[in-house]
Write a protein that binds this ligand. Sequence first.
Ligand SMILES: Nc1ncnc2c1ncn2[C@@H]1O[C@H](COP(=O)(O)OP(=O)(O)OP(=O)(O)O)[C@@H](O)[C@H]1O
Ligand SMILES: [Mg+2]
Length: 329
Amino acid sequence: MGTASSPAGLTNKPDAAPAIVHTQGLSKTYRTGFWLNQRVTALQPCSLTVHRGETFGLLGPNGAGKTTLLKVLLGIIRPTAGTATLLGHPLGHSSVKQRIGYLPENAYFYDFLTGWEFLQYSAGLFGLSRATQQRRITELLDLVGLPQAAAKKKQLRHYSKGMVQRVGMAQALINDPDMVFLDEPMSGLDPTGRFQVREIILALKREGKTIFFNSHILSDVEVICDRIAILDQGELIANGSLDQLLGSADQYVVKGRGGRLDELAPRLEQITVQGDLWQGHVKGDPYDFAHQIPLAGGELIALQQTRPTLEDFFIAKVGQRRGAKATLE
Ligand SMILES: Nc1ncnc2c1ncn2[C@@H]1O[C@H](COP(=O)(O)OP(=O)(O)OP(=O)(O)O)[C@@H](O)[C@H]1O
Ligand SMILES: [Mg+2]
């Protein structure tokens, strides 16, 4: 579904699934300072849509406004302007709270409770019966890979960062929500922990849950997400599916042998040469270039389409914007 202020060429394509998050011109300016007379614009008017069943990744450098957007959507802070709906209701609607889960950034839980007690407490907030609590906690500990014995015996203050993050994930899922918001779910985890969180998110996706998460770990986002948006200094600078965003900058790598490289080189970038083998990224029409190789006395070995990684795209997009801003200033 296209949005009015999506950056040009990066609008979301029409999708049959209903919108589960929809924002229009949503913005947030914090008031700070002793007299609350200073303002920080954390989110500039932002319009985006997330569809049911999607895994949506919100990316951006530190301080870009990701957590702010998440907190506005969750009704934790009020927007300065704009409107939004969550599961078809205006923000802050009481019936929505039962159907969403939330893992906060740098979550701080009640240190003197065991993991099991903390999850029981969380389940109690949703009014789950004792029997349902028991079943749900057991299922979730299994899902997040936390042994029951550790959850029952150890207080949270003795948990490692990875264990706290796992309990946090279980807490976010305790009410079997339709949609989960995860703020940096992989932060501070070792590679195994990151892999496990990735697997949990993929399992939730298979169950048809909608997942909205903030992350800096672009390689994970690339594997997990259907759609992404990039915020930079509060501004939405990209929004679309990975195919829409990364496919738009297709590149071809050509590998060849021999020939007059001085004739071919002007149409190549990032050339590497090893003996009589060479390769490079083609500038312009790759098929036309492939025809030029034998004419220059060389042999075509391979012509492969490559697409930039999400990291390439992110760095280029944010860098471009910084460059443009610096030129204006
Ligand atoms: N409560 C607050 N009062 C004043 N300014 C705030 C407040 N919370 C956030 N900010 C400011 O708003 C901007 C966006 O912050 P936010 O935490 O939303 O960014 P983020 O993208 O989540 O960053 P990170 O990747 O570091 O988590 C920053 O400039 C931050 O300093
Ligand atoms: Mg944040």
